[in-house]
Design a binder for this molecule. Structure first.
Ligand SMILES: Nc1ncnc2c1ncn2[C@@H]1O[C@H](COP(=O)(O)OP(=O)(O)OP(=O)(O)O)[C@@H](O)[C@H]1O
Ligand SMILES: [Mg+2]
Length: 506
């Protein structure tokens, strides 16, 4: 065993994140680690990377006990870690971000800057065509994730930890990453791969370990078991992962009507209706303008062209505050950037959109009311936390996502726009979120979901708009809602362009 974890425990106050966990990884294997949100996966990885110290237990590398006091120490031991949350320095270039981590472990006093930079460029080129000189903060989330991966790959590690690396990637980017993982496996590198997507685990990994409530439940060769076994081990009970029933009898009245929406740059002439009771999906490639359309409707980004009519009333579109006043809320795909306030408590986050709802005398926040609201919504979403007064930063990734959703539900919205709502959410909670969305739709709330995960879009939505280069290229519903149809509508222009270029080249 290259890496052996033995009897590791870790508590945060009353929360037992890990209880006597054993976990071993061999050289040259891709070992999946699965478990519900809050099962302790990231906590164990933080211990292996020296960010956290275990309360108990041992870590052995090549059979020898090691003490990993810091991430620098972990790097020296050959451990590379791609964190669940992206944490690039926004203000410096991609190249600097990538080789920043490598500089401090250079063995000589003289730093080979040029060499490092070249290497950064080479590693990055294996994954994507991002210009290393770009300011990191200007990149899309998926590109930032690729930079994080490139950063770890430059370290020449023996053990590579990938904590939900594909949550923000496109399918194509994910496939590239899997190709690289297979090459690293051939070189004898041990890879720990954390994901909530069963397909990824079963297509790419050799073994899978399941954690539940901070305990090791099973480790199996992937060949010996099926996705259902993993899900059952994760949740410890049978769960309903089927999508909720679709709308059988669509209402004819329109809740939201968008006509000719445009910003003169990234979105053009967008028109569609959202009917009462339906869940409308928005599909499209990353960068196609899906989020811009929704942000334009909510007034989060300027979209001066066109008209938006909500339940018969034409909307002004100057401020987000107005959108909330009108009953429209938006769940950003960038949870850390503008979904939640990480250092604020869970309860205060949930009440943040409309604090007056929980205000007491003199307009001050009534903590009891704030708590009651958070408790009710937390229960509804099956939120796992120590106390509702803990900061959101103390929650596992998927539970942070639930807080972001609870925050939106707190204002009793008429329309909810959700951008990648179940990214990083475990299978059980994901099904739960789908059920809640369907329930809200049946109560008359308009639901618009942007998702890059086509099975989710097809399984959940009654209809889907497909966006291509800032325009709606098609609307699919019923039997026509297939991955092929959506992909075709989302990308056919690119194909045309390729043919055109090829023709020019002839
Ligand atoms: N710094 C912290 N302070 C308090 N509690 C914490 C802290 N870090 C983690 N926890 C708690 O430890 C438990 C395990 O969290 P962890 O992040 O390891 O889960 P996870 O398996 O990675 O989940 P996810 O799939 O959502 O990422 C959770 O209950 C979480 O709230
Ligand atoms: Mg995690």
């Amino acid at each position: 065993m290259l890496l052996q974890i033995s009897g590791v425990s870790k508590s945060f106050g009353a929360v037992h994140a890990l209880s006597g966990v054993d976990f071993g990884v061999r050289a040259g294997e891709i070992h999946a680690l699965a478990g519900e949100n809050g099962a302790g996966k990231s906590t164990l990885m933080n211990i292996i990377d020296g960010i956290l110290q275990p309360d108990d237990g041992r870590i052995l590398i090549d059979g020898k006990p090691v003490k990993i006091a810091s991430p620098t120490e972990a790097q020296r031991l050959g451990i590379g870690f791609v964190h669940q949350e992206i944490a690039l320095c926004d203000d410096v270039s991609v190249a600097e971000n990538i080789f920043m981590s490598a500089t401090n472990i250079s063995k000589s006093f003289l730093m080979d800057y040029a060499g490092q930079r070249r290497k950064a460029g080479q590693v990055l080129a294996r994954l994507c065509d991002i210009d290393p000189a770009t300011r990191a903060g200007d990149l899309s989330i998926s590109s930032q994730q690729l930079v994080e991966i490139a950063k770890a790959l430059t370290l020449d590690c023996r053990i590579l930890i990938l904590d939900e690396p594909t949550a923000a990637l496109t399918e194509k980017e994910a496939q590239l990453l899997f190709g690289i993982m297979r090459k690293l496996r051939e070189q004898g590198i041990a890879i720990i791969y954390i994901s909530h997507r069963m397909v990824e685990i079963f297509d790419n990994c050799d073994r899978v370990t399941v954690f539940r409530d901070g305990r090791h439940i099973v480790t199996h060769d992937v060949a010996d078991i099926g996705p259902d076994d993993v899900v059952n081990a994760m949740v410890g009970r049978k769960i309903e992962t089927l999508y909720p029933d679709k709308l059988t009898d669509p209402a004819t009245d329109t809740l939201l009507s968008v006509r000719g929406l445009g910003d003169g740059a990234r979105i053009h002439d967008v028109s569609f209706d959202l009917r009462r009771g339906e869940i409308l999906g928005i599909a499209g490639l990353i960068g196609s303008g899906r989020s811009e359309i929704v942000k334009g409707i909510c007034g989060l980004e300027p979209a001066p062209e066109g008209e938006i009519v909500l339940a018969g009333k034409t909307l002004r579109r100057d401020e987000y505050r107005d959108a909330i006043g009108d009953g429209m809320v938006y769940l950003s795909e960038d949870r850390k950037g503008d979904g939640v306030f990480l250092e604020m408590s869970i309860a205060s986050n949930i009440s943040a959109l409309r604090p007056e709802q929980v205000a007491g005398r003199f307009g001050l926040i009534d903590r009891k009311r704030e708590f009651a609201q958070a408790e009710a919504l937390g229960k509804r979403l099956n939120l796992k936390c120590g106390s509702l007064w803990d900061p959101v930063s103390s929650l596992s990734g998927g539970n942070q996502q639930k807080v972001a959703i609870a925050k939106m539900l707190s204002v009793d919205p008429r329309i909810i726009f959700l951008d990648e709502p179940t990214r990083g959410v475990d299978v059980g909670a994901k099904a739960e979120i789908h059920r809640i969305l369907r329930q809200l739709a049946s109560e008359g709330v308009g639901i618009v979901v942007i998702s890059s995960e086509l099975p989710e879009l097809i399984g959940l939505c009654d209809r889907a708009l497909v966006v291509r280069e800032g325009r709606i290229s098609g609307v699919v519903a019923g039997d026509e809602m297939t991955e092929e149809n959506i992909m075709h509508l989302a990308s056919v222009m690119d194909a045309e362009r390729v043919t055109a270029n090829e023709k020019v080249g002839q």
